[in-house]
Structures are given as C-alpha cells and as structure tokens.
Write a protein that binds this ligand. Structure first.
Ligand code: FES
Length: 158
C-alpha cells in the first residue's frame, strides 16, 4: 500500500496526465518508471484501479516488456554491451573493469543506490565497439583507461 503522502502525491500528479482509459497503460507505466525508477507493486495496483483493468493485466504487461523494471534501479544505469561486435573488440574486459570499479555484478545496484549495472545484447552502434552506456549517454571504443576516466569524471561532477 502507498503510505507516504509524498508517494501518493507523486502518483496522483502522474495520473492527472491521463484520462483513465485502458489504452493508456503503457504510457502510464513508462511515466511511473521514469519518476520512480521502477514499478512498485502497490503503484501497479493503483494503476489497475485507475485504468479499470485487472491487476494481472498490469503485472503481465510490466513483466513482458524488458524496458520495465520491477525492482529499484540506482540513480544511474550502466550498461555494457555484450553483443558479438563488442565481444570481439574486448567487452568482457570492459565489463570486468566496471565490475571492479563499482564492486557489483550485472543485475546489481551499489549500496549507495548510485549505480545499477546491466549488460545489453547490442545497442546498434557496432562500428564503435566496444560500447557502454550510462543512462542516455553512449561511450564508444571503450578501453579500461576510458572506464577509469568516465567514472573518475562522474565522481568529480558528483
Ligand atoms: S554489438 Fe555492441 S553495439 Fe552492437
């Protein structure tokens, strides 16, 4: 159940952008995820009520699409590409560097909720392999040194 007034207000603010039709399910889920950084179960129940659809439909859609997260992510999501082109160009080494730097494995989040680490099949920028992304920013031709630079720079920026 949503208990925090702040959470209730946040959800009401999101739902105020919609009219309550079942066709709005995916846009609502996308906006909720953008604001919460994942889809909390109690919020999905509220969405089901708002859109007049069974909770099983909301849970079904949210588990079907890879874009939706059912567990909280860190403030920043780091993705290392494991596609063929990136693999050939050394992405396993890049992933090791990131794992060592963040102290977490793919699928995990740092204790301070700053970073979540994931891998991805291909981000469609094979010519720049090996690639990694942090949120919406893509880093191409990544080397171990570049990993250090990127995270060093991000740490300095806070
Ligand atoms: S394989 Fe990594 S971008 Fe395509």
């Amino acid at each position: 159940m949503i208990t925090l007034v702040e959470d209730r207000e946040k959800l009401n603010e999101i739902l105020s952008h919609y009219s309550g039709h079942k066709e709005e399910l995916i846009p609502v889920l996308q906006e909720v995820q953008e604001k919460y950084r994942y889809l909390p179960a109690d919020v999905m129940l509220e969405i089901a009520r708002f859109l007049h659809v069974p909770a099983s439909t909301v849970f079904g859609v949210s588990t079907f699409y890879a874009q939706f997260k059912l567990t909280p992510s860190g403030k920043h999501v780091v993705r290392v590409c494991r596609g063929t082109a990136c693999h050939v160009k050394g992405s396993p080494r890049i992933l090791r560097e990131v794992v060592n730097r963040l102290g977490i494995k793919p699928g995990q989040t740092t204790g301070d909720w700053e970073y979540t680490l994931d891998t991805v099949a291909c981000i469609g920028a094979c010519a720049l392999a090996p690639n990694m992304t942090i949120d919406d920013e893509t880093y191409g031709q990544v080397t171990a040194r570049k990993v250090a630079e990127v995270f060093g720079d991000r740490t300095r920026r806070g």
